[in-house]
Design a protein around this ligand. Structure first.
Ligand code: EPZ
Length: 426
């Protein structure tokens, strides 16, 4: 398995172009199941997660062609299978969400349950209830969900008990081809859901209320192909904004949208970082000789502070003056980075969903590893400011969600390199 070695202390100066969003790309790819015409996605990030989903879609008989640096054409002219085996689904939880579109297109699908993961149990009960409300008959057998819609899917009203990104997306991907009107209440309004809904509308769907917590979907009989550019990755953008603040210097994040990370930049400014929005991103400046101030954060659904940026922000707070409280409200077990940051000298104590971070004056490089994608990024960020060398192992987590990570950081002056290991198990 590969590792990444960072020698801390270099200031960062330069531009980092933001890639297309992983969490939008994989949803848009699933939308290709809904039409027999080609769906062309541009600004596609090339990541392990998009590759996993491509592999699964090919197993259904879908053509997935990667063209050039960032274009993918998906063509589901005919589906030869609607079976998603455990071995493919377990590699990426979000692949469970092929169930709804397979069902909507063919009336039947058998998809492995995704199982838990290191950030929490992550059940799919809301997904299944939404599909049942749309008329699917669901049985669970030997770790698989078997769904049939003998009379087709029917529009309905779904009141989610709380906001779920995945369940909203899943209901949307099924309801667009249902007969009649579906209303989703307490729907997620994350920008990636908006991106999916707008793309579906470009394919001929009729979705209203995009960007709000109530989505109204008038089902159509068929969808067509389209060309769609994936929304910029706000989590990647936010991660590099924090990285620049941690290392000090001046970094311009381009090809993105500053409003997508407003909740983060607001906290960064409160901590003493200079953030100036530009027409296509932000410039992040920090004088490394001035110490940051501790500020508290609480993760919330969009437009609140993203749980996917919590680990990175915690890394920043390890060097701030004072004590900050990081409150995680979305996932029950998303502090796995805390003991690893402690290996670099951070002082963090975790009590349930709350972590107290007492800022220290310096971090010192050490070998570390993380158990999920965003936690791994927090270790990279800490390594940029730690004295000496930090080696982050299990880089396959990072490869799931950060495109050209070393190149983007190195272009701004970071001393970062990949150490090639044995072939990855993942
Ligand atoms: C999406 O996960 C993202 N993944 C996550 O990013 C992100 O952290 C999360 O939304 C929150 O923003 C993708 O988009 C692929 P949820 P998702 O359903 O859809 C509970 C990353 O690093 N829940 O909004 O799985 C659930 O356990 C990943 O890129 C149920 O109880 O998140 C969690 O506590 C990590 N039952 C909460 O809801 C359900 O049926 C929110 O989860 C569904 C969810």
């Amino acid at each position: 398995m590969d590792s990444i070695a960072i020698v801390g202390g270099a200031r960062l100066y330069g531009d980092i172009p933001v890639s297309g969003a992983k969490n939008s790309a994989i949803k848009l790819m699933a939308a290709a199941i809904l039409t027999d015409q080609p769906l062309t996605l541009t600004n596609m990030p090339r990541l392990a997660d998009t590759r996993f989903l491509g592999q699964l879609l090919r197993a259904f008989g879908i053509r997935v062609d990667e063209l050039g640096a960032d274009t993918t054409v998906l063509h589901a002219a005919e589906l030869t299978s609607t079976f998603a085996p455990y071995d493919l689904v377990r590699q990426m939880r979000a692949s469970f969400n092929v169930l709804g579109p397979l069902l909507a297109r063919t009336g039947e699908a058998r998809v492995s349950l995704p199982g838990g993961c290191t950030i929490g149990a992550r059940p799919v009960d809301l997904h299944l209830k939404a599909l049942q409300a749309l008329g699917a008959e669901i049985t669970l057998e030997e770790g698989y969900v078997h769904a049939v819609a003998p009379h087709g899917l029917k529009g309905t009203r779904i009141d989610f008990p709380f906001v779920s990104v995945g369940a909203t997306e899943h209901a949307l991907l099924a309801a667009v081809l249902a007969d009649g009107v579906t209303v989703l209440r307490r729907a997620a309004c994350e920008p990636e859901i908006g991106d999916l809904a707008l793309c579906l509308n470009a394919m001929g769907a009729r979705i209203e209320g995009i960007g709000t917590n109530t989505l109204t979907i008038t089902g159509v009989r068929a969808l067509s192909g389209t060309q769609w550019s994936v929304i910029p990755d706000r989590i990647e953008m936010g991660s590099y904004a924090v990285a620049a603040a941690m290392a000090g210097g001046e970094v311009r994040l381009t090809r993105s949208r500053p409003e997508l990370i407003a909740a983060l930049t607001d906290r960064m400014v409160a901590a003493g970082v200079e953030v100036s929005p530009t027409s296509d991103g932000v410039v992040v400046r920090r004088d490394p000789l001035v110490r940051l101030r501790a500020v508290d954060v609480t993760t919330e659904v969009y437009p609140g502070f993203a749980t996917d940026l919590q680990a990175q922000f915690m890394a920043l707070m390890t060097l701030a003056e004072g004590e900050s409280v990081v409150h995680e409200t979305i996932f029950e077990n998303r502090f796995m980075h805390a003991p690893e940051l402690a290996r670099l000298g951070a002082e963090i104590s975790v009590h349930g969903g709350e972590a107290q971070v007492r800022g220290v004056e310096r971090l010192v490089g050490a070998p570390v590893m993380a158990t999920d994608l965003r936690a791994s990024m927090s270790l990279i960020i800490a390594g940029l400011a730690a004295e000496g060398e930090t080696i982050v192992s299990r880089v396959y987590h990072l490869d799931r969600g950060f495109e050209h990570l070393e190149a983007k950081l190195a272009a701004c002056g970071a001393q970062v390199r990949r150490i090639r290991g044995e072939a990855d198990e993942h």
